[in-house]
Design a protein around this ligand. Structure first.
Ligand SMILES: Cc1cc2nc3c(=O)[nH]c(=O)nc-3n(C[C@H](O)[C@H](O)[C@H](O)COP(=O)(O)O)c2cc1C
Length: 370
């Protein structure tokens, strides 16, 4: 199972996907932090019906679950991006495609929209496109234009990755993503430009190399708030979300130029030692500025209990990454289908146990604070 069959390569992929940066303190803390927020079930109060729906970027959606953007899903299974798009759409989950996709974004959009349930076009999951501001801003703009034309519902600009966190496992494994995966989504852009080579003369991997990333299609560490604002102006009428916020100051700045924010530390893959996202959500979720935006969170969410905890703390939606990636890697599309079904059912059950018929009834009274 999985696209990279040989044991050593599979080990490299597994470590790349499921590891974090440094000593993986933040990776562990993300998961653990949700457990501090114990739920308080109500008795003899099960609602007649439970509606999982919420609102993301002013659009009603059937579920608060969004598949997090993850690079190169095809490492996990052939056509991993297409499988994830299909299963998300069929499950009623929104899907955020990473720009580091091993399948052209247009193909992913076609599969996502073809697999949506027909019944309710007013309330459907969203398809979002995740973008980095690259050193060659022309590539970022071209990708965003293509995503817009392909029908993506909004743009997620990831701002926590000026440099890649140092992932020790990848360094030890000398793990590098195969070239064909790295360029699949940007062949048009690259054919228009000559590739910039790194200082030692080799084209370094963007995204996952243990070497320094000195290519035109690496993230730009000099990007500023003004760059995001300029980008926003390029695409008026298209919702934009900033991913990677932890600071109250950054939340305020985001609110001036975006429609939504994702509280995230990149799943513990960037600054190891960063505060867990559940704790950030506890602190920021009650602020008026947070309520003026679509507020989302990710990091260690892997159960229905976590989904409702996040909502009780103020999130409109949650992103889930590795829980779905793991299912795809271990058991292919069938395993992913089961994982999605499981977390949906757990969320539905948790809301029943809490006596909460809908998103509005999930609040801080249902949580015991640590
Ligand atoms: C293998 C892998 C690749 C990722 N690639 C991206 C990416 O391309 N863009 C991005 O914004 N976030 C990326 N992320 C971060 C996820 O979007 C998300 O923030 C994180 O995985 C959430 O934590 P979880 O995996 O614990 O659910 C990646 C995460 C993993 C595990």
């Amino acid at each position: 199972m999985g696209n990279v069959g040989k044991p050593r390569e599979r080990k490299g992929v597994e470590n790349y996907y499921f590891g974090g940066s440094g000593t993986e303190e933040t990776l562990r803390a993300n998961k653990r932090a949700w457990e501090f927020f114990a739920l308080r079930p109500r008795v003899l109060a099960a609602p007649k019906t439970v509606n999982l729906g919420t609102v993301i970027l002013a659009r009603p959606v059937p579920s608060p679950i969004v598949v997090a953007p993850m690079a190169y899903l095809s490492l996990l299974e052939d056509d991993g991006e297409l499988i994830m798009a299909r299963r998300a759409a069929k499950s009623g989950f929104s899907f955020c495609l990473s720009m580091r996709s091993a399948v052209p974004l247009e193909k992913v959009a076609t599969v996502f929209f073809a697999n949506l349930a027909k019944q309710d076009s007013q309330c459907r999951p969203l398809l979002l496109f995740q973008l980095y501001l690259l050193r060659d801003r022309g590539i970022s703009e071209s990708l965003a234009r293509r995503a817009r034309a392909a029908g993506f519902d909004g743009l997620v600009v990831t701002v926590d990755t000026p440099y890649l966190g140092l992932r020790r496992r990848d360094r030890l494994n000398q793990f590098v993503v195969p070239e064909k995966f790295r360029t699949a989504n940007i062949t048009d852009e690259l054919s228009l430009r000559s590739q910039t080579t790194s200082e030692d003369g080799t084209v370094s991997a963007f995204g996952v190399s243990f070497e320094s990333n000195i290519t035109s299609y690496a993230q730009d560490p000099t990007a500023t708030w003004q760059d995001v604002a300029n980008f926003r102006n390029e695409f008026p009428q298209w919702p934009i979300v900033l991913k990677g916020v932890s600071q109250v100051h950054d939340l305020s700045s985001s609110s001036e130029i975006s429609d939504g924010v994702i509280i995230s530390n990149h799943g513990g893959r960037q600054l190891d030692g960063s505060v867990s996202t559940a704790v950030v959500l506890m602190e920021l979720g009650i602020l008026d500025v947070a309520k003026s935006l679509t507020l989302m969170v990710d990091g260690g969410v892997d159960s229905g209990a976590d989904v409702v905890r996040a909502q009780c703390l103020g999130a409109d939606a949650v992103l889930i990454g590795r829980f779905f990636a793991k299912a795809l890697f271990r058991s292919g599309e069938a395993g992913l289908k089961l994982a999605m079904m499981t977390i949906k059912e757990e969320t539905w059950l948790a809301m029943n146990f809490l006596g909460a018929p809908n998103r509005e009834s999930l609040d801080r009274s249902l949580i015991r604070f640590p």
